[in-house]
Design a protein around this ligand. Structure first.
Ligand SMILES: Nc1nc2c(ncn2[C@@H]2O[C@H](COP(=O)(O)OP(=O)(O)O)[C@@H](O)[C@H]2O)c(=O)[nH]1
Ligand SMILES: [Mg+2]
Length: 255
C-alpha cells in the first residue's frame, strides 16, 4: 500500500522520520533506510540539527519503508516522502516545472494513505522565553494553508482512503504534558484506553476546531474517506508512532 508522507518545510518530517527509525521502537519500525543511513544523510553534526532540503530542489522525494506490527499482522507501508515548499502550489511554478509537478501528482494519485505533518499555530504555542512565537504562523494563516491541503486531497488524491493529520511539535503547545497525553492516547494492543474514534475526538476538539468545516467536508466525500487527527512530537515515541499504527491498521496490505 502506498502512503505519502507530506508537509511543508520545517514542520518536522525529517526529524520525525529519524526518530521513528530509532532502534528503540515499539510497534512501528523503519525497514529502509537504516537508522545510521538516515542519520548520516539527514543530520548535520556541524549544524547540530537536521539538514534542510536543498533549496534548488523544490520537491524532494525519498522513500521510506515502514513496518507496523498490529495484532496478528505485520504490515509494510511503502511511503513516498515529499517536501512541499509553498511555491509548488503556484501555477507559474507548475508551468515552469512540468515534470516535477507531474511526478508529484502521479505519486499523490496512486496513494491510499496520507500522513500530513502540520506545525502548531502561534495562538497555541506555550509562552516561554526560549520559544519565539514569530517562528509560527498565525491561526488565520494556518487555516488558509489548510484550505490548500483540502483542495489538494479533493482534487489530486482520488484513491486516498485514510488521512492522518499530525500536529507536530506538540511539546511546544501550551498546556501539553507529553507523558500525560501519551498515557491517554497510546496504543496497547489489548488495553488501549481509547479507540481510534475516541483518540480522534480528543485531539480534534482541542486543536483542529479552527478547520472543522474543512475536515467535515473531507469526511463527507462519497468515497469512504476517513480523516483522523493526531498530535506528534520527536520527544515522545508513543505519540509519534500512533499515526503510522493507524494507517497500518486500516490500509490494505499488498505483501
Ligand atoms: N520542539 C520540537 N521541534 C521539532 C520537532 N520536530 C522537528 N522539530 C524542529 O523543527 C525544525 C525543522 O525540522 P525538520 O525535521 O528539518 O523539518 P522538515 O523540513 O519538515 O524535514 C528543526 O529545528 C527540528 O529540530 C518537535 O516535535 N518538537
Ligand atoms: Mg526535511
Amino acid at each position: 500500500m502506498g502512503v505519502i508522507y507530506i508537509g511543508d518545510r520545517e514542520t518536522g518530517k525529517t526529524s520525525l522520520a529519524l526518530e521513528l527509525a530509532h532502534p528503540n521502537h515499539q510497534y512501528v519500525s523503519v525497514l529502509y533506510p537504516p537508522y545510521s543511513q538516515l542519520k548520516a544523510l539527514l543530520y548535520s553534526d556541524v549544524e547540530g540539527r537536521t539538514t534542510a532540503t536543498d533549496a534548488s530542489q523544490s520537491i524532494y522525494d525519498r522513500n521510506l519503508e515502514i513496518e507496523v506490527v498490529v495484532p496478528t499482522q505485520r504490515k509494510k507501508i511503502y511511503t513516498d516522502w515529499i517536501d512541499t515548499p509553498g511555491e509548488i502550489w503556484r501555477s507559474s511554478w507548475q508551468q515552469t516545472n512540468p515534470e516535477l509537478w507531474e511526478n508529484f501528482l502521479e505519486t499523490a494519485r496512486k496513494s491510499e494513505g496520507v500522513l500530513l505533518v502540520v506545525p502548531p499555530y502561534r495562538e497555541i504555542i506555550r509562552k516561554d522565553d526560549r520559544i519565539d512565537p514569530e517562528n509560527f504562523v498565525t491561526q488565520q494563516q494556518w487555516i488558509r494553508r489548510f484550505d490548500r491541503w483540502v483542495e489538494f486531497f479533493q482534487h489530486d488524491c482520488p484513491h486516498v482512503k485514510h488521512i492522518a493529520l499530525c500536529l507536530n511539535k506538540a511539546d511546544l503547545i501550551e498546556g501539553i504534558d507529553l507523558k500525560r497525553e501519551a498515557q491517554q492516547l497510546a496504543y496497547h494492543p489489548q488495553k488501549s484506553r481509547l479507540n481510534w474514534m475516541q483518540r480522534n475526538n480528543y485531539v480534534f476538539k482541542r486543536f483542529f476546531r479552527p478547520v472543522r468545516s474543512q475536515i467535515a467536508q473531507l469526511n463527507q466525500r462519497p468515497s469512504s474517506l476517513a480523516v483522523k487527527c493526531f498530535i506528534t512530537s520527536i520527544y515522545n515515541r508513543e505519540l509519534l508512532e500512533l499515526p503510522w499504527i493507524y494507517l497500518g491498521t486500516y490500509l490494505r496490505s499488498d505483501t
